[in-house]
Design a protein around this ligand. Sequence first.
Ligand code: NDP
Ligand code: 2IT
Length: 453
Amino acid sequence: MKTTIDSIMKKVKDKNPGEMEFHQAVHEVMCSVERALDDYPNLIYHKIADRMIEPERSIIFRVPWIDDQGEIQVNRGFRVEMNSALGPYKGGLRFHPSVNLSIIKFLAFEQVFKNALTGLNLGGGKGGSDFDPKGKSDLEIMKFCQSFMTELYRHIGENTDVPAGDIGVGAREIGYLFGQYKRIRNEFTGVLTGKGADWGGSFLRPEATGYGLVYFAANMLETKRDTLENKTCLVSGSGNVAQFTAEKLLEFGAKVISFSDSSGCIIDHDGFTIEKLAYVKELKNVFRGRIAEYKDRYPHAEYYRVNPKDTSNPLWNQEADCAFPCATQNEINEKDACHLLENGVLLVAEGANMPTSERGVEMFIENNILFAPGKAANAGGVAVSGLEMSQNGYRMRWPKKRVDEELHKIMKRIHTICRDYAKTYSSADNYVDGANIAGFLKTANAMTDQGYV
Ligand code: NDP
Ligand code: 2IT
């Protein structure tokens, strides 16, 4: 079977040179899937893996817009429609200067398996732009979003491709994107998720990724007859996922001691409270400030600025029971993983997509800690997006309680599926193998049923 992986990886590297993140995501999935391929020889015959690594469609487009000084700016837009075997392409849009084809392809690839795990009819895709929202006025953000949608609208639709938010794309951006789509198409449909609750959005969509992550972590601990109560937790990032992860952790009686952004991290050893969290939310969501400013209000906190010369992040070198990386890809490298293990971490659950390097993942698994890969643990966000699509189909809005119950059920189901597949093909606690194999087989079976398309 090694030859299968080697030949797949050779093709991926030859056809997509330099796309390191995409190679990493494919390699991780294929290493798990090889454990199951003996049972499914027809998948090799049908060249399922070969088909899966080639996006059904990749769209790259120019996004011109005019800044507040009247200067024309030009960014690059992307939408990678990876796989529609299980439903319309579904996945977020990322606006960040680091965005390139490799990043969008790795995210789209991960999204295929994540969406399969939700049990909903969702295919996988991802998009975005190298546009940097930092320091831009509201008007500039609106003009950029309108220009972005002026091209994207022809590729998407409620039954074709349904984008949502990701890094740099939240409620404000979804509003501007939706407004422009509606204007061009003259139709009010559920073409985007993460909409405002008064105009087609689902209750709890903003909270869903973070809340779902904590539900998943609680399920993992339950297998060891343990809970989150009184656990000291590290959370990275300070955006959508990080904020609602921390909020739910506090509700579950855990102690959260950190947040971060791309400039640095803040450690509050006394623990964040609801009031302190409200300040972080205001700082990031209203004033669009930096996490360093937390110290202005709470001077006892420690702040560590990102030092480009540092090969490890001080955030991951704190004593803690649980870690929730919620910022970005590869934010936990081998050294960070080493620090977490040395400090006695017992659970790592990924809120971000692929935040742990491949070696970091191996180290967590070798050391038998509970490790949840993003495609399982952060699936609550896209799952509630799926519920938003259903609600839009009926032109109805479910009460918060119902959405939360559904989210609980979906996260529990994903947890069970991961363990079931892990038990069959790997070891019960190997959620990486469980998630990859379950997501792959579900998608692969649908592709086989639908012929060579
Ligand atoms: P936000 O834009 O709301 O927040 C992103 C946070 O991560 C910010 O604090 C940001 O800091 C930090 N960050 C971004 N890039 C970097 C970087 N290169 N280095 C260090 N910190 C960085 O995004 P989300 O919270 O929505 O997304 C966070 C992660 O969760 C991403 O990996 C995303 O793909 C994933 N995810 C999101 C879902 C969702 O529903 N939104 C669903 C599932 C996964 P700064 O302010 O300095 O940019
Ligand atoms: O990575 C993700 O799952 C998301 N950014 C959310 C996607 C969605 O369609 O809600």
